[in-house]
Structures are given as C-alpha cells and as structure tokens.
Design a protein around this ligand. Sequence first.
Ligand code: ACO
Ligand code: ZN
Length: 189
Amino acid sequence: MKYNSNDFIIRVANEDDIPEVMEVNLRTLPENYWYGFYKFVLDRWGDIFLIAELNGKIIGYIMNRIEDTRDPVLLGKENELSHNKEKKKSFDNIMSSLKNVFSESHKVGHVISIAVLPEYRKKGIGTALLKEAISRMKDNYNAESVYLEVRVSNNDAISLYKKMGFEEVRIIKEYYRDGEDAYVMVKIL
Ligand code: ACO
Ligand code: ZN
C-alpha cells in the first residue's frame, strides 16, 4: 500500500487482480486485451501495474510498459507499423521527438491503458494512478519520457494528461479500429 488519499488506495497489481482489471477495462474502454496480455505485462513490469482499490474493490487501474529506443520491443514495433505508412511516419516522429537517440539507450515509459469506473471519476483517482506510475517509471527504470496514445475525442483523458504535463506531439490517422485518430502525447521527465 503505497499511496493513500481520501478513501482509495493505490497499490501494485497481482495476478489475482487480472480478472477484475479486465472487467474494469471492458466496462470503460473499447480497447480490450486478452488475459495473457495482462499477465505478460504484469510479469515484466509488475511494479508499474497499479490498481486503485476502494473497500477491497478494484475501481481503476493503470498498465504500463517500459520501452527502450534500442529495444527489440520498439524495433519490432517499427516493423509492425511498416505496412502502414502513416503509422510508420508517426512512429518515426515520436522517436525523433524523444530526442533523436536511436543509437543510444533511452528508456521510454508507455502508458498502455488507464481507466477508472464511471461512478468513481472526478475524485482524483486517475491523477493518483498516473502520478504514481510516472514516478515509478522514472525511479525504477530511469525513464526519461513517457508517452501514450489517446482518442482525439477523449476530452476527459486529454485534459488529465495535459494537467499532468503531457503535450500532444502528433496525430496518428485512423489509429483505432473504428477509424478514429489518436493523439500521441509525451511528457519529458
Ligand atoms: N473533486 C472534483 N473534481 C476533481 C476532484 C475532486 N476531488 N479530483 C479531481 N477532479 C477533477 C480533475 O481536476 C479533473 O478535471 P478536468 O479534467 O475536468 O479538468 C477530473 O476530475 C479528472 O481527474 P481525475 O479525477 O484525477 O481522473 P479520473 O479518476 O476521473 O480518471 C480517466 C480519468 C482515467 C481518463 C477516466 O475519465 C476514465 O476512466 N475514462 C474512460 C477510460 C479512458 O478513456 N481512459 C484513457 C484512455 S487513453 C489511455 O489509456 C492511454
Ligand atoms: Zn500505446
């Protein structure tokens, strides 16, 4: 139990939490993942997979990973995007906006997904999750920046990110399955 504010607690997730996290995700976002993906992220970056809990109930989560500009995860991502010119171009630009250091090791935090159940929003829970995650990405992994993608229509999330010091660096056209564009937002740590 790392963090305590009002009545909710921010703590690291464990494997038993995954089904409940999946439920929160299914209730709040159209971007859903299979169990194995959560498990993979938890196994590798468990100290930055955080839960907001209220009276034993999971009401929010943030799931992150750490990428490295020299890491196969990122290089693989470049390949993965190479079929899509627009996405590939955006990826190249993210990387150059992250200091132009493909040859040097540079740790980059990536917010994969954050959500709070609707009935618990606007109480600072999203902020607390994001703050704690960013501080851990910096302290535990020496991340020099954090980035994320967000739907251009997602005003609640965008306003939270801006408040936390993220800036829009890029639009990725038709990033989402339904055709909506994404902003790439970056915060330099
Ligand atoms: N009283 C009143 N208002 C408050 C209080 C309080 N005690 N505490 C915070 N607020 C305000 C904040 O100032 C902020 O206001 P503003 O953005 O209107 O200026 C607003 O409430 C939201 O801040 P939080 O409460 O910290 O955030 P919240 O817990 O509501 O979570 C989130 C934000 C996660 C974006 C939520 O809206 C959500 O789950 N949305 C659906 C899922 C989603 O879109 N996730 C992001 C997708 S992109 C990605 O995952 C990379
Ligand atoms: Zn992403």
